[in-house]
Design a protein around this ligand. Structure first.
Ligand code: CP
Length: 324
């Protein structure tokens, strides 16, 4: 595996290889093996141009648990504020010995540019780019679903027949896009639930059903209900009714939790707007996998770094560039 840029071009075989490797990583953590020597001598750079808690910290934890050295870069407080370009920033970090660059950027396509421009030779992992994709979030979500559905019997299994409703601000959500593509590849059925103003224009080309009524989606008894963060920072009045109206019509609250089947999972990638897209009762319920998702994120990111820096030479995908 050379880069991980998206899930839209990720094959079923490579997705399962990542998920199964994450199972191995999770096993080592369960056995309280805190550190593996696998990436000793390698350097991972976390290159974050946008804020993050879960993704940045879990990539750092993942790299350290594999004994890699980690350099954390945040655009705030760096020479980016003096106008330094992505190319110069990346080449500066590569000159310090980066073997892999984990990048989060506000511009859709920035990780692809980094991977294909020839500016650097390091492997590139997309940690979220604009409204485009967030592939490791989708992988950790799929890992979490598989684990809840199949427990210790998860290895080698896809999500065939699993019915997943993704609810909320689909328009601005890279999490929704990455999940939709990966879930489709793994055989799941995806329903998108959103106000009409928060559905992207090109949605008819997506392998998903669209529903505008959350109660209708809940009545269909999905196996998984995944709430999306309302991205208030990207919103304008044309898109968004009002917080009160949104919470009433599309918020997942105690009443809707009671209407959902007791076996259905409630997921959220975080950070959550409690009281807006999800209530505290739902977020903290036994059906919620929010903290499991965070824990699983470390195992999945360990798997990605392992496959990028030490892994199989037979994999040819997990790159939208066509490179090996
Ligand atoms: N889910 C997610 O990407 O969270 P952060 O923005 O905290 O990394």
């Amino acid at each position: 595996m050379r880069h991980l840029l998206d899930t839209a071009t990720l094959t079923r075989e490579d997705a399962l290889r990542i998920l199964d490797t994450a199972e191995d990583m999770s096993d080592t953590q369960r056995r309280e093996v805190k550190k593996l020597p696998t990436l000793r001598g390698k350097t991972v750079v976390n290159l974050f141009f946008e804020d993050s808690t879960r993704t940045r910290i879990s990539f750092e934890a993942a790299a350290k648990r594999l004994s890699a050295d980690v350099i954390n870069f945040a655009a705030k407080g760096s020479s980016v504020s003096k106008g330094e370009s992505l190319q110069d920033t990346a080449q500066t970090l590569q000159a310090m010995g980066a073997d892999a660059v984990v990048i989060r950027h506000g511009a859709s396509g920035a990780p692809h540019t980094l991977a294909t421009s020839g500016w650097i030779t390091a492997g590139v992992v997309n940690a979220g780019d604009g409204t485009h994709e967030h592939p490791t979030q989708a992988l950790l979500d799929a890992f979490t679903m598989r684990k809840r559905l199949y427990g210790d019997d998860s290895r080698g299994r896809d999500l065939s027949g699993t019915r997943v409703a993704i609810v909320g601000d689909v328009l601005h959500s890279r999490v929704a896009r990455s999940n939709m593509w990966l879930l489709h590849t793994l055989g799941a059925h995806v329903t998108l639930v959103a106000p009409p103003t928060l559905v992207p224009q090109d949605v008819s080309a997506w392998p998903a059903q669209i529903v505008y009524d959350l109660d209708e989606a809940i009545a269909a008894a999905p196996d998984v209900l995944m709430l999306l963060r309302i991205q208030l920072e990207r919103m304008n009045a044309a898109y968004f009714p009002s917080e009160r109206e949104y919470a009433r019509r599309w918020g997942f609250d105690a009443r809707r939790l009671a209407a959902l089947g007791a076996d259905s999972m409630v997921m959220h990638p975080g950070p959550m707007n409690r009281g807006l897209e999800i209530s505290a009762e739902a977020a903290d319920s036994a059906q919620s996998t929010v903290l499991e998702q965070v824990t699983n994120g470390v195992s999945v990111r360990m798997a990605v770094l392992y496959l990028l820096l030490a892994g199989s030479t037979t994999s040819t995908a997990t790159t939208s560039t066509g490179e090996e």
